[in-house]
Design a binder for this molecule. Sequence first.
Ligand code: XIL
Length: 385
Amino acid sequence: MRRVGIGAIALTAAALAHPQSTRAQSAGSLKEAFAGVFRIGAALNADQFSGVDARGAELVKAQFNTISPENVLKWERVHPQPTTYDFDPADKYVAFGQANGMFIVGHTLVWHSQTPRWVFQDAEGKPLTRDALLARMHDHIATVVGRYKGRIQGWDVVNEALNEDGTLRESPWKKIIGDDYIVKAFQFAHEADPAAELYYNDYNLENAPKRNGVVELVKKLKAAGVTITAVGSQAHDKLFLDSPAKHDTTIGALGALGVKVNITELDVDVLPMATRNRTADVSVRVQGQPGAASAVNPYVAGLPDSVQKALAKRYADFFTVFLKHRGVVDRVTFWGVGDGDSWLNNWPMPGRTSYPLLFDRKDLPKPAFDAVMGVARQARAGSKS
Ligand code: XIL
């Protein structure tokens, strides 16, 4: 590669073309900082793995060793009509992961959101019978998991099956099939790729009632003889909450059952709540004036230093908890790469300016990135003494 010497610093031609990537590189790499501890990942949008967002792709390659697909493997995308599968975007996602030697996650097989209505209906629009829906679930899982067998290494088999009080959500899956739909989904996934890791994934698992619910669910799945590798704790956090200690308890409780815990969708929303309830339910939508500064969209012109610092501290606290549980936590995945990509700019209210990740809108590392790297450095220094 052509190198250009400038004083003591040697810059590659690529870095000269993207000066900001030089700053990102000199700040260090998350995947190297946590090597041998846990994998570090990000959810990717289609631009990042199909060549449209080259800068984003470079950052992903430099920083992460595992990827999740933000949307392209959800039922509505990959299987939009009863006899139509659209594998093109997911194929590109998997090819990107393979080309870069990454641990590739599949998200998600059985969920009540981003799943077309026809899935639960017959040709006349009437609700399917239990057997017909089980057959449809089986076909979908066999087709999608089967296609990527040996390439997608871990699957979110069931997403968000629990209510906030820890009971099973009355989703169409539960209503039509019954409580055992979760066991069936795991069995079908295991049958389609016996070597794949299989996960149950949900949000708010740090809250006591839902924590108890997921503990019971894991016990039931294990009693039914199901292969479950890990629970995915989405960890969509909000800055005004006090959550790292609660996550500590949940990771401990799940680890004691002999499952791994993956942090699967980490982000920290700095914006005021736009909804009354604390949720990560994608179906919740709130009206707003896209782009306009307001009480619920206060940082359109930039993030105040005090909030930037609080965000960095929250991330340091989180990673201190994850490191404490390094034997249980296999992976920490952020839900997005740079702040500009985050779903929190458009959920639950469209057109807000949020700052939930470690990289800013130019993909440059934020103080929160430095804080996380600092925790890794301290842990390495501690383990040597
Ligand atoms: C979100 C995506 O980030 C958005 O692009 C999409 O519009 C809605 O879904 N929990 C999950 C993820 O399991 O699939 C959701 O992703 C965020 C909440």
